[in-house]
Design a protein around this ligand. Structure first.
Ligand code: NIG
Ligand code: FE
Length: 411
């Protein structure tokens, strides 16, 4: 039996608490242990407590000295587009010169340009690029990510993306939770309704029969998929046993948050343009909002989602990177903590709950990851700072000391 004792952390941020996502004031309760420690056996957390007590129980365990450092559960990133080919440097430059996301998409950039590159890439090439992205996430202290397809937009290319995620899960220490996002954009020269037929009649059954996804997502937005088309796709996905996430109200308030509430989706993501009614719909449907301030920042907008109102409404909010080549090219959760605090007025403690325990529940893994508690997987990161608030405060600097997945050092 292999054991590890993490000792003398200046703050062991456990997030121990009720076995459900945190809401309201609970978001500020981090269950932190000053001068804390934990004992790990066979990849799982055995005991958590004051360092002196852990030391007594440590026996011949290998010791990790976390003196002067902060220990946190591995970040759980509940919204990424991790698999894609190439980059969108031209879009980036055009945006810097004043063009909008929508203008760039119309002029031949946008999602479609990544689709062309992703279709042309072999499975092996895509996997190689995805491994590079996976390594970036680990380096930033993230140990689980949700990852969406959606740059294939044909049966074979969507399946190719999902198979890359499966291999990534097997071949790297990063845990991948796969989401089918066949309805990310309407392919060139196709009618939207005809493409929705393809998603509903062919793609969904292929994806589910091969067990390639846990969730289904739709980009519900004008110019992409409207409420009726989104509802058709998500309804069909639900019948096949997939759980639901929705890109909702990112560029316009199209009523997508309300749809998420009606469908009792697991999450509604983005929500930049969601109003009071939309927030109420999320609450009544038990939907977790996933806020993606990195995409607001990178698109050069200042229209952040109403995080404070959502917290006051009692929603179990999540923050995520939305890592993708177009609107949010960052894998860094510490960067997202910074933007959440400075732009959405979340406290550092709320931001930590929203990037660990809450996303773990949103991915159906709240019993395994997201906090440092006895019985959970030993997925944790050690940061080179003495106070957890430093993670959000110093921005643009890498503070990761080391990262562990199932008790094994991966970075
Ligand atoms: O979440 N909004 C749609 N999808 C992504 C952007 C994808 C892209 O531009 O490639 C997002 O922001
Ligand atoms: Fe997205």
């Amino acid at each position: 039996m292999s054991s590890i004792a993490v000792l003398r952390a200046s703050q062991l941020v456990t997030l121990a608490g009720p076995k459900r996502p945190r809401a309201g004031r609970e978001l500020s309760e981090l269950a932190m242990i000053p001068n804390g420690g934990m004992l790990i056996r066979d990849g799982k957390i055995d005991v958590v407590g004051p360092s002196a007590e852990i030391e007594k129980k440590a026996g011949d365990a290998e010791v990790i000295d976390a003196r002067g450092k902060v220990v946190l559960p591995g970040f759980v990133d509940a919204h990424t587009h991790l698999v894609f080919a190439g980059n969108r440097l031209d879009d980036f430059e055009r945006r810097a010169c004043g063009d909008t996301y929508e203008q760039i998409a119309k002029a031949g950039g946008g999602i479609w340009s990544t689709v062309e590159k992703t279709r042309a890439a072999s499975e092996t090439d895509l996997l190689m690029q995805a491994k590079k992205h996976a390594d970036w996430f680990l380096r930033c202290g993230t140990t689980t990510v949700e990852s969406k397809s959606g740059y294939g937009l044909s049966v074979e290319d969507e399946l190719k993306m999902l198979r890359v995620m499966r291999r990534l899960n097997q071949e790297t220490p990063l845990e991948i939770v796969p989401t089918f996002l066949g309805a990310h954009a309407v392919p060139r020269k196709r009618r939207a309704d005809e493409y929705v037929d393809l998603v509903v009649n062919e793609m969904l059954s292929r994806v589910t029969s091969d067990g390639l996804a846990e969730f289904c997502d739709v980009f519900c937005e004008s110019g992409y998929f409207d409420i009726e088309q989104s509802s058709r796709i998500l309804g069909a996905a639900k019948k096949l046993g997939l759980k639901l996430r929705i890109h909702a109200d990112q560029l316009n308030n199209s009523g997508a948050a309300k749809l998420a509430g009606q469908l009792k989706a697991t999450t509604a993501d983005h929500l930049e343009k969601t109003d009071k009614e939309g927030i109420a719909a999320l609450k009544s449907g038990g939907v977790q909002p996933v806020l993606l301030p990195g995409s607001v920042y990178a698109l050069g907008s200042s229209h952040y989602p109403r995080a404070r109102e959502m917290i006051e409404a009692g929603l179990s909010i999540v923050i995520a990177t939305d890592f993708n080549p177009g609107s949010s090219p960052t894998p860094s959760m510490p960067m997202i903590l910074s933007i959440a605090c400075t732009q959405m007025k979340m406290s550092p403690a709320e931001a930590v709950s929203a990037s660990t325990i809450n996303p773990a529940y949103s991915l159906g893994r709240g019993d395994q990851i997201g906090s440092l508690e006895s019985g959970k997987l030993a997925n944790f990161s050690i940061f080179d700072c003495v106070d957890y608030r430093e993670l959000a405060y110093w921005f643009g600097v890498q503070q990761t000391d080391s990262v562990y997945v199932k008790g094994r050092r991966v970075h």
